[in-house]
Design a protein around this ligand. Sequence first.
Ligand code: AMP
Length: 415
Amino acid sequence: MSFASLGLHQDILNQVNTLGYITPTPIQLAAIPVVLMGKDVMAGAQTGTGKTAAFALPLLQRVKHNKSTNSVEGVQVLVLTPTRELAQQVHASFVKYGQGMSIHSVVAYGGASINVQLDALQQGCDVLVATPGRLLELIMKKLINVSALQTLVLDEADRMLDMGFIIDIQRILKNLPQTRQTLFFSATFNDDIFALSKTLLKEPQLIEVDSRNTTATQVEQRIYAVDKKRKSALLSFLIGSKNWQQVLIFTRTKQGADELANEMQKDGIATQSFHGDKSQGARERVLTDFKAGKVRALIATDVAARGIDIEQLQYVINHELPYNAEDYIHRIGRTGRAGTKGLAISLVTEAERYLLTDIEKLVGEQFLPQWLPGFEPDLTKTLEAPKKREPSKKELRAKALGLSASSKKKPKRKY
Ligand code: AMP
């Protein structure tokens, strides 16, 4: 199947051609015709499947048509994303796919000057990509008019709920036209996601390109059993000995990311941490350096890593397993993107085994942890017989006096 068979106009097809996309990905094949028909969509698709183009291409086509007929004024498409990085990435895709079509895409997110975003909005805005908090601010302050909205896209809806955006989303929805098309994308599904989707979608077309809650198929998953104190040495060893140049590493906490980055720097590996305590500017610089190959290892927390899109990212390492098993799917979805092969390694201590069990249940797959020679876990601790309890002072005194120190009271005789 080609892009031409999906009902896209020639100018969009030319753009796709310029970008070198030859065949549509499965989500594009399934979603583009449905979006063009104006229907609601509920799609299970993780990052890296080409889902952005799956909604951006048909929506750009509609916006272009509306503009040529002067039938709609103001914001026509609103894309909500959980993080600013993802917002920037989706906005960049709209700009890329819509080049030469005189379609204005604007991005708005918190933690950056609202004035700059307002200036951009005043130049005209057909497509707005925003994070929920900043969008709500714009709506409440009446700085934006969304009354002509045609399509709402919720991108990475599961992550938005994880990040606690539900109240913001509900408030935003109250301000949007009731008659609209809604496209709902989520990498994972649970009861909360279904509950939200029910309030938003009208007779949606359900599209699933990967079976629900499964990990990217192009990604080889490897588990190394290792002791906690040897994890960073194992990491440096892997990256150094295999000469890996671009590795994304996950930790559970911001502090953990900083500490690990320091240790790996000491091992001579150009490493930077990437998390929410860093300013937007600092995060952008780190990401640019990582993409340019100046930074070899990027250590990120789950939330911050959400918007990282690097086409050729081959290696993802879980320094710690996530508490939330669904985050595992998001993490390893950072590699093996757009059909390329990827390797996802998880370093797992004995104490983290229960987290691995949760992941195995979610993805319906059992993993066989391996030992890396030189980094084998010290099993003497786990196999050691429990130490004998030291006798208490009371017991020692009782022993010296030839008495029993048992505190158990003798049962009363029953007559
Ligand atoms: P996404 O899942 O939207 O984040 O897309 C992942 C990557 O795949 C992006 O870097 C896109 O540029 C790329 N991509 C999207 N569609 C195609 C396609 N049909 N062929 C090749 N690459 C694509």
